[in-house]
Design a binder for this molecule. Structure first.
Ligand SMILES: C[S@@+](CC[C@H](N)C(=O)[O-])C[C@H]1O[C@@H](n2cnc3c(N)ncnc32)[C@H](O)[C@@H]1O
Length: 252
Protein backbone atom coordinates (compact mmCIF):
# COMPACT_ATOMS: atom_id res chain seq x y z
CA UNK A 1 0.00 0.00 0.00
CA UNK A 2 1.31 3.49 -0.86
CA UNK A 3 1.59 6.18 1.83
CA UNK A 4 -1.20 8.22 0.15
CA UNK A 5 -3.52 5.19 0.41
CA UNK A 6 -2.61 4.75 4.07
CA UNK A 7 -3.57 8.38 4.60
CA UNK A 8 -6.99 7.71 3.02
CA UNK A 9 -7.38 4.80 5.44
CA UNK A 10 -6.64 7.20 8.30
CA UNK A 11 -9.42 9.48 7.15
CA UNK A 12 -11.92 6.64 6.99
CA UNK A 13 -12.56 6.39 10.75
CA UNK A 14 -15.77 7.77 12.24
CA UNK A 15 -15.82 11.47 13.11
CA UNK A 16 -14.67 12.28 16.64
CA UNK A 17 -17.62 13.59 18.68
CA UNK A 18 -16.52 12.11 22.04
CA UNK A 19 -16.52 15.45 23.89
CA UNK A 20 -19.32 17.19 21.97
CA UNK A 21 -22.03 16.85 24.64
CA UNK A 22 -21.53 18.34 28.12
CA UNK A 23 -20.85 15.48 30.55
CA UNK A 24 -19.44 15.05 34.07
CA UNK A 25 -15.65 15.09 34.04
CA UNK A 26 -13.78 11.78 34.04
CA UNK A 27 -10.24 10.76 33.11
CA UNK A 28 -9.53 10.21 29.42
CA UNK A 29 -9.30 6.57 28.43
CA UNK A 30 -8.40 4.79 25.20
CA UNK A 31 -11.63 2.78 25.27
CA UNK A 32 -13.84 1.43 22.46
CA UNK A 33 -15.56 4.78 21.94
CA UNK A 34 -12.21 6.53 21.46
CA UNK A 35 -10.74 3.70 19.38
CA UNK A 36 -13.66 3.98 16.94
CA UNK A 37 -12.94 7.63 16.18
CA UNK A 38 -9.23 7.71 17.02
CA UNK A 39 -7.88 8.23 13.50
CA UNK A 40 -10.09 11.26 13.01
CA UNK A 41 -9.28 12.52 16.53
CA UNK A 42 -5.51 12.28 16.15
CA UNK A 43 -5.39 13.78 12.68
CA UNK A 44 -7.47 16.81 13.82
CA UNK A 45 -5.60 17.17 17.14
CA UNK A 46 -1.94 16.75 16.22
CA UNK A 47 -0.40 19.43 14.01
CA UNK A 48 1.39 18.04 10.96
CA UNK A 49 0.36 14.51 11.91
CA UNK A 50 0.82 13.17 8.37
CA UNK A 51 4.20 14.84 8.01
CA UNK A 52 5.32 13.43 11.37
CA UNK A 53 4.36 9.96 10.12
CA UNK A 54 6.32 10.54 6.92
CA UNK A 55 9.42 11.76 8.78
CA UNK A 56 9.17 8.79 11.14
CA UNK A 57 9.09 6.42 8.15
CA UNK A 58 12.02 8.10 6.43
CA UNK A 59 14.22 7.93 9.52
CA UNK A 60 13.09 4.40 10.38
CA UNK A 61 14.25 3.42 6.91
CA UNK A 62 17.63 5.01 7.63
CA UNK A 63 18.15 2.77 10.68
CA UNK A 64 16.15 -0.43 10.10
CA UNK A 65 18.37 -3.49 9.58
CA UNK A 66 17.27 -6.64 7.70
CA UNK A 67 16.08 -9.49 9.94
CA UNK A 68 15.55 -7.31 12.99
CA UNK A 69 12.43 -6.11 14.81
CA UNK A 70 10.74 -2.73 14.67
CA UNK A 71 8.63 -1.91 17.71
CA UNK A 72 5.88 0.71 17.68
CA UNK A 73 5.11 1.41 21.32
CA UNK A 74 1.63 2.89 21.79
CA UNK A 75 0.71 1.72 18.30
CA UNK A 76 -3.01 2.61 18.67
CA UNK A 77 -4.78 1.70 15.42
CA UNK A 78 -1.55 0.82 13.54
CA UNK A 79 -1.41 3.97 11.42
CA UNK A 80 2.36 4.24 11.88
CA UNK A 81 2.95 0.53 11.23
CA UNK A 82 0.94 0.72 8.01
CA UNK A 83 2.86 3.78 6.87
CA UNK A 84 6.17 2.07 7.76
CA UNK A 85 5.16 -0.97 5.71
CA UNK A 86 5.53 1.10 2.54
CA UNK A 87 9.14 2.01 3.46
CA UNK A 88 10.88 -0.95 5.10
CA UNK A 89 12.22 -4.27 3.76
CA UNK A 90 9.90 -7.20 4.38
CA UNK A 91 12.50 -9.01 6.51
CA UNK A 92 11.88 -6.45 9.26
CA UNK A 93 9.26 -7.86 11.63
CA UNK A 94 6.79 -5.34 13.07
CA UNK A 95 5.62 -5.44 16.67
CA UNK A 96 2.91 -3.08 17.91
CA UNK A 97 2.50 -2.69 21.65
CA UNK A 98 -0.44 -1.03 23.39
CA UNK A 99 -2.39 -1.53 26.61
CA UNK A 100 -5.75 -0.86 24.98
CA UNK A 101 -7.44 -4.01 23.64
CA UNK A 102 -9.88 -1.79 21.74
CA UNK A 103 -7.05 0.01 19.95
CA UNK A 104 -5.37 -3.29 19.11
CA UNK A 105 -8.61 -4.70 17.70
CA UNK A 106 -8.81 -1.71 15.33
CA UNK A 107 -5.12 -2.11 14.51
CA UNK A 108 -5.64 -5.76 13.54
CA UNK A 109 -8.69 -4.86 11.44
CA UNK A 110 -6.74 -2.19 9.54
CA UNK A 111 -3.66 -4.35 9.02
CA UNK A 112 -5.74 -7.26 7.74
CA UNK A 113 -7.70 -4.98 5.39
CA UNK A 114 -4.45 -3.51 4.07
CA UNK A 115 -3.12 -6.90 2.98
CA UNK A 116 0.25 -6.25 4.65
CA UNK A 117 2.51 -9.22 3.89
CA UNK A 118 5.30 -9.02 6.48
CA UNK A 119 5.44 -10.83 9.83
CA UNK A 120 3.84 -8.79 12.60
CA UNK A 121 2.63 -9.14 16.15
CA UNK A 122 0.30 -6.97 18.18
CA UNK A 123 0.94 -7.27 21.90
CA UNK A 124 -1.29 -6.06 24.70
CA UNK A 125 1.12 -4.77 27.31
CA UNK A 126 1.23 -2.05 29.94
CA UNK A 127 4.36 0.09 30.00
CA UNK A 128 3.93 0.51 33.75
CA UNK A 129 4.43 -3.25 34.18
CA UNK A 130 7.62 -3.42 32.12
CA UNK A 131 8.55 -4.11 28.55
CA UNK A 132 10.33 -6.91 26.73
CA UNK A 133 11.95 -6.09 23.38
CA UNK A 134 14.65 -7.98 21.49
CA UNK A 135 16.78 -7.57 18.39
CA UNK A 136 15.38 -4.09 17.81
CA UNK A 137 16.86 -1.80 15.18
CA UNK A 138 14.06 0.79 15.41
CA UNK A 139 11.64 1.76 18.16
CA UNK A 140 8.94 4.32 17.44
CA UNK A 141 6.98 5.87 20.28
CA UNK A 142 4.64 8.57 19.07
CA UNK A 143 2.56 10.57 21.54
CA UNK A 144 2.74 7.78 24.13
CA UNK A 145 5.53 8.47 26.65
CA UNK A 146 3.41 11.44 27.78
CA UNK A 147 0.84 8.93 29.09
CA UNK A 148 3.41 6.99 31.14
CA UNK A 149 3.51 8.12 34.75
CA UNK A 150 6.70 10.15 35.30
CA UNK A 151 7.86 7.72 37.99
CA UNK A 152 8.15 4.97 35.32
CA UNK A 153 9.56 6.95 32.39
CA UNK A 154 13.22 6.38 33.10
CA UNK A 155 12.67 2.63 33.49
CA UNK A 156 10.81 2.47 30.16
CA UNK A 157 13.54 4.45 28.37
CA UNK A 158 16.26 2.28 29.93
CA UNK A 159 14.56 -0.87 28.69
CA UNK A 160 14.26 0.57 25.19
CA UNK A 161 17.92 1.63 25.17
CA UNK A 162 19.11 -1.77 26.41
CA UNK A 163 17.11 -3.69 23.80
CA UNK A 164 18.27 -1.65 20.83
CA UNK A 165 21.05 -3.05 18.65
CA UNK A 166 24.12 -0.87 18.14
CA UNK A 167 23.21 2.10 15.91
CA UNK A 168 19.55 1.35 16.57
CA UNK A 169 17.25 4.34 16.93
CA UNK A 170 14.34 5.56 18.98
CA UNK A 171 11.93 8.01 17.36
CA UNK A 172 9.97 9.85 20.00
CA UNK A 173 7.12 12.33 19.48
CA UNK A 174 5.71 14.17 22.46
CA UNK A 175 3.51 17.02 23.54
CA UNK A 176 5.54 19.50 25.58
CA UNK A 177 5.18 21.96 28.36
CA UNK A 178 7.33 25.05 28.55
CA UNK A 179 9.43 26.17 31.49
CA UNK A 180 8.40 29.75 30.83
CA UNK A 181 4.76 30.43 31.68
CA UNK A 182 4.52 33.23 29.09
CA UNK A 183 5.33 30.88 26.24
CA UNK A 184 3.37 28.05 27.75
CA UNK A 185 0.20 30.12 27.72
CA UNK A 186 0.80 31.45 24.20
CA UNK A 187 1.58 28.02 22.73
CA UNK A 188 -1.48 26.45 24.33
CA UNK A 189 -3.69 29.27 22.99
CA UNK A 190 -2.30 28.78 19.48
CA UNK A 191 -2.88 25.05 19.84
CA UNK A 192 -6.54 25.59 20.80
CA UNK A 193 -6.92 27.88 17.77
CA UNK A 194 -5.53 25.05 15.66
CA UNK A 195 -8.18 22.71 17.09
CA UNK A 196 -10.93 25.27 16.41
CA UNK A 197 -9.74 25.53 12.80
CA UNK A 198 -10.14 21.76 12.62
CA UNK A 199 -13.78 21.92 13.70
CA UNK A 200 -13.60 21.37 17.47
CA UNK A 201 -15.93 23.57 19.55
CA UNK A 202 -14.92 25.38 22.74
CA UNK A 203 -16.89 22.81 24.78
CA UNK A 204 -15.07 19.92 23.13
CA UNK A 205 -11.70 21.57 23.70
CA UNK A 206 -12.45 22.35 27.35
CA UNK A 207 -13.87 18.91 28.17
CA UNK A 208 -10.98 17.06 26.55
CA UNK A 209 -8.45 19.28 28.33
CA UNK A 210 -10.10 18.44 31.66
CA UNK A 211 -10.23 14.71 30.87
CA UNK A 212 -6.52 14.69 29.96
CA UNK A 213 -5.39 16.73 32.95
CA UNK A 214 -4.28 13.84 35.18
CA UNK A 215 -3.50 11.44 32.37
CA UNK A 216 -1.29 13.28 29.86
CA UNK A 217 1.71 14.75 31.66
CA UNK A 218 4.00 16.57 29.22
CA UNK A 219 7.69 17.10 29.97
CA UNK A 220 9.79 20.07 28.94
CA UNK A 221 11.97 19.62 25.85
CA UNK A 222 15.06 19.67 28.06
CA UNK A 223 13.66 16.99 30.38
CA UNK A 224 13.04 14.63 27.46
CA UNK A 225 16.54 15.19 26.07
CA UNK A 226 18.16 14.72 29.49
CA UNK A 227 16.20 11.51 30.04
CA UNK A 228 17.43 10.10 26.72
CA UNK A 229 21.04 11.02 27.40
CA UNK A 230 20.94 9.72 30.97
CA UNK A 231 19.81 6.26 29.87
CA UNK A 232 22.76 6.16 27.47
CA UNK A 233 21.80 7.54 24.05
CA UNK A 234 24.90 9.18 22.57
CA UNK A 235 23.21 10.98 19.67
CA UNK A 236 20.06 12.97 20.42
CA UNK A 237 18.51 15.53 18.06
CA UNK A 238 15.10 17.14 17.61
CA UNK A 239 13.63 16.79 14.12
CA UNK A 240 10.25 18.46 14.59
CA UNK A 241 8.82 21.33 16.58
CA UNK A 242 5.44 23.08 16.40
CA UNK A 243 4.66 25.18 19.49
CA UNK A 244 4.06 22.51 22.17
CA UNK A 245 4.79 19.43 20.05
CA UNK A 246 8.19 17.92 19.31
CA UNK A 247 9.88 15.00 17.61
CA UNK A 248 13.23 13.66 18.84
CA UNK A 249 15.48 11.01 17.35
CA UNK A 250 17.98 9.20 19.59
CA UNK A 251 20.60 6.74 18.37
CA UNK A 252 22.47 4.15 20.46
C1 LIG B 1 -1.96 9.16 21.52
S1 LIG B 1 -1.97 7.46 21.33
C2 LIG B 1 -0.60 7.12 20.26
C3 LIG B 1 -0.81 7.51 18.85
C4 LIG B 1 -0.07 6.69 17.82
N1 LIG B 1 1.27 6.34 18.23
C5 LIG B 1 -0.05 7.42 16.50
O1 LIG B 1 1.02 7.85 16.06
O2 LIG B 1 -1.13 7.57 15.90
C6 LIG B 1 -1.33 6.80 22.80
C7 LIG B 1 -1.43 5.29 22.83
O3 LIG B 1 -0.68 4.82 23.93
C8 LIG B 1 -1.39 3.80 24.58
N2 LIG B 1 -0.97 3.79 25.99
C9 LIG B 1 -1.21 4.73 26.92
N3 LIG B 1 -0.67 4.36 28.10
C10 LIG B 1 -0.09 3.16 27.91
C11 LIG B 1 0.60 2.24 28.74
N4 LIG B 1 0.78 2.50 30.04
N5 LIG B 1 1.07 1.10 28.21
C12 LIG B 1 0.89 0.82 26.90
N6 LIG B 1 0.22 1.65 26.05
C13 LIG B 1 -0.27 2.80 26.55
C14 LIG B 1 -2.85 4.16 24.40
O4 LIG B 1 -3.71 3.05 24.51
C15 LIG B 1 -2.86 4.77 23.00
O5 LIG B 1 -3.18 3.84 22.01
Amino acid sequence: MKLSQVTKFIRSSEKDAVFQQPAPASDFSFNARVANVFDDMVSRSVPFYDEIQRMTCEMAKDFAQPNTNLYDIGCSTATTLLALDTYLPESVRFVGIDNSADMLAKAREKIEASGMKRRFDLIEGDLHQGLFLENASVVTMLLTLQFVRPLYRERVMKMIYQSLNDMGCLILVEKLTSEDTIFNRLFINHYYDYKRRNGYSDIEIAQKREALENVLIPYRMQENETLLREVGFKHVESFFRWYNFCGIIAVK
